[in-house]
Design a protein around this ligand. Sequence first.
Ligand code: 6CS
Length: 336
Amino acid sequence: MTITRLLAGVAATAIVISSTAAMADTWRYAFEESMDEVQGKFAQKFKEEVEANTDHKIQLFPYGTLGESADIMEQAQAGILQFVDQSPGFTGSLIPEAQVFFVPYLLPTDQEQLARFYKNSKAINEDFQGLYADQGLELLTMFPEGEVAMTTKEPVNSCEDLNEVKFRVMTNPLLVESYQAFGATPTPLPWGEVYGGLQTNIIQGQENPTFFLYSTKIYEVTDYITYTGHNNFTTAVMANKDFYDGLDEADQKAIQAASEAAYDYIVTYQKGLADSELDKIKKAKPEMTVTVLTEEQRKCFKDAAGDVEAKFIEMTGDSGKKILDQLKADLKAAAQ
Ligand code: 6CS
């Protein structure tokens, strides 16, 4: 057992002991990032709205305080936490259809189009609701965190450059398939092992949105940032379903309204964020090489997308195919 897990266990036990008294007025919300990162900003806005419009308080638990992403999901399902932010990158084994967000080049990179898509998508706001509910979760919202970039120790100008690169991915079977199709050796790891893994050369690459490359200082242990345009980072916020179903209508409405307000806030907050954080990386590490791949260079990544999509349908059957088709229809509507 790692120290983090041990501490998480101790913290969780402490929470259980105090839970009977705290249940009535304090709700607990854990997320996968720090207070100053995108999920933390969303959570703070959500808290502010809930506290302004209900009698309840929200206690926030940023990344690391209760363990890794998988730990906070377990705690939310068990009812120890009332709210959790877990990205589909870690939800793939629990809800295989959530892997749809890892079909390469499915999502656009245009931030405004993406913002319209998540807000209005039937797949997200109706179809995924049922799939999350089957796992004891009330899906409140999904939101974008920006285009992901690859950071590596050697240049990446084509799929061949990923040959024999041990590339860290979130623990998601379809993401493993993607990076296999891109020519790399995918290595699923929780976030806490990524910086050290790069530092000790156990892995030689990873992907994440630009703001996260700066805030987590991952640029210190990689030398190349490459934009292939293959994906946008999606995250999801949910409530424990028994907890949510047990609330009165006024509290449920306040939670939905808080989630909508936090969504609008986080979309606005992220305008220009990728550019400003990339500038900070360049300032902190002038020798960093930043490359935006040309259409020609993207060809092999785009060619791999078809195989990954077929794999997704193979893994999820009719249910996954239905979600994928609906998502494509929703993306088309958001493009107009
Ligand atoms: O790559 C990861 O594991 C992490 N990336 C982001 C942007 N947020 C949380 C997640 O754990």
